[in-house]
Each structure stands twice: as structure tokens, then as C-alpha cells.
Design a protein around this ligand. Sequence first.
Ligand SMILES: [Fe+2]
Length: 234
Amino acid sequence: MAIQGTEESIEIGGRALPVWPEGQRLLARDQAGTIYRTVFDDSALYHEALTAHVLARAAEPGTAVQYSRSLGGTKIYDVEHWDLPEARLLNARALAFFRQALGHESAAIDIGWANVYGRGDYIMPHSHTRAYASVVYCLEAGDEDPEDDNAGRFCFVDPRFADCCQIEPGRMTNPLKPAFPPGAMLMFPGEMVHFVGPYNGTRPRITIAWNVNLEAIEGSPLEPFLNKQTAPAG
Ligand SMILES: [Fe+2]
């Protein structure tokens, strides 16, 4: 079941954290509004508890799934239903981001999932089904690889996007690597092709993602992928 998420603040550790802090800036990467980015400065107030929760669930047989090393990290689904204030805050922020970026009042999460990347995990280029837009949040950036700037980096590779075609228009030669530190949230059209380069660190790299639509849509977001060699929305 999708959620709508209209709370203005959520209490965490005895403090009411605003879903969209006053003055929270939302930046479009380009004039067409293809990619948006924002960074939440209060992330230290909820990252520790949320990271612990994600890692605990990632270790639960039957809860977490890893399709293969090339299809992303270990995934834990249904973040939109987690009974945890820190998760509720991020769910609400993803919806608020969608509403503000697109100027729509309505928004509904189709599915949310956490990704835990270990060494060697990556995901091949893909786009997201059942998603008007997708939102991804960096919970833990993991370790940088000083010898490979693509290691563990979230990249867009879309020939429609001018920044990806810096040599010749319409020819994808430049993966776009937005700054994605802990607390950063990106939003992009569901069809926009992206990947994560092979992660080479030792600390878990953790992201949370959501597919968001204007209204809830019928059917199961996972069912079409069952028994196929692909991952739903990595
Ligand atoms: Fe993805």
C-alpha cells in the first residue's frame, strides 16, 4: 500500500524534526529540471539509528535479498512501511522533495528500498519501472577509492542529458557523477538510466531509494521481476 506522507515534523530522540526544514534548498541540476538535489544538514540526528536498523535487517534471512553482485547491493524492501521514526522522516522527505520539485500536491510511494553495498557490489545501467520519478538518499557513503573515482559512485548515463554528451551531442561519453555525501537526496525521472560503479570499500555503503508517482498505482512493483535475471529498481 502506498503512503501519502503529509506530516510536517516527526519526533526523533525527543526533538521534532521538520520534514522540510525552513530554508531547505532544492537545486535543479539543469534548466529542464531533470535532476534535483538537496542535502539535509540534520542527518547526524537520525543516521546512526537508521543505519543500525538497516544493517540488522540486512542480516535477517528472508528479509534481505541480493540478486547478484551486478544487480546492486543487498536490498531490503518496503521502507515506506518501516515502523521507525527515522525511516518515516525519510519517507516523508522523499515525498516532500517530489512535491516541491515537480509542483504537484499529490505524491505516492510505489516502493521504497534500502541498498547495502559490500565490496565488489555494483549495479549495471538500468532505469526504474512504475516510477514517474525516483528519489535516492545517501545514508552511508562508505569508503572512497583514491585510485578509482567511479568506485561506488552513483552515475547517470543518459544521451538525452547534455552533461553526459560533452564530446558530441546525443553520444553518451561522460557519466554524470553528482556529489552524493551522507544526507544528500537526489531525484530524477524514473526512465533516466543510471548505475553504481563497483564498490571497493570495507564499510557498508548504504542508500535508500523510492519510486514515486502522482497517485498510487495498481499491482505489485516486484512481481514482474520474479524469476527474471534482473533486479527491480536497483
Ligand atoms: Fe536504480
